[in-house]
Design a protein around this ligand. Sequence first.
Ligand code: R5P
Length: 302
Amino acid sequence: MPGGAGRSQEADIVIALPGNELFAKQLAIQGGYDVLRLDTRRFPDGESYLRILGDVEGRRAHIVCTLAQPDLQFLPLAFLADAARDLGAREVNLIAPYLGYMRQDRRFNPGEAITSRSFARLISGLFDGLITVDAHLHRYDALEEIYSIPAQNLHAAPVIAAWVAANVHDPLLVGPDEESAQWVRGIAEIADVPFTVLSKTRYGDRKVRIDVPDLSAWKDQQPILIDDIASSGRTMIEAARQISSQGLKSPICAIVHGLFADDAFAVLSEVAARVVSTDSVPHESNAISLVGLVVDSLTKKA
Ligand code: R5P
């Protein structure tokens, strides 16, 4: 999925689905791409209208759409990809800093849809390539297991590690559950700081129990809870409560993908010293940008 900076032919184009304009603009500035505006609205009956304002013919198009609300976003995204191709784009790529529908990765109960596979098939049918960041790979080893197009899974670890190094004195990184160990370990190695991982039992969408080992050896450290996703926020909230109950400082929470459903951010903000997230999903907690990672990835392949 080559980028366009510095090439003799016309620069690549970047088109944002609504809500993704800031990421797209920064991507275009840092990568030397052109932004094409999208005119889109809903007809009175709820159907979508889309118009790409600018020349797509013969150009490589990068469509930016973080998939935090995939049910609402998918159809406009499909129309946009199809329109770009129909208007002559020579390649149509999806840049989805957050890739939804990765968590139902097996049939837990008879009759369930394995939505990660279905969604991957749909996206693979629309785009030539995909770039995302820290996709929730739990029971899959790689995106290629379910995506049939070139799919790059970038890692936020270097930019989160840089944020930790620049902002936190004497940190202790904490993963709230076993799944988070992969992210926490990666960040701890880059930042050269200690880490520990807690244990989680989930009883429902909004009910979790977190078991914490004895952390008294770390009571002078600043705990930083790190997870890939905060959805209901209950994982982070319970972990933060348990850490504080051991007499440690209130933790900073650093999240790759801050989805923050319902009251998640408000409640988490009450129990955390600070909540920060990457800009994979636009939110007031965004403090760490992923744009540079995406540009590097596009440039390397140019
Ligand atoms: C585990 O599957 C993930 O890494 C996150 O811990 C989880 O998605 C967080 O969900 P919630 O915020 O709803 O507890």
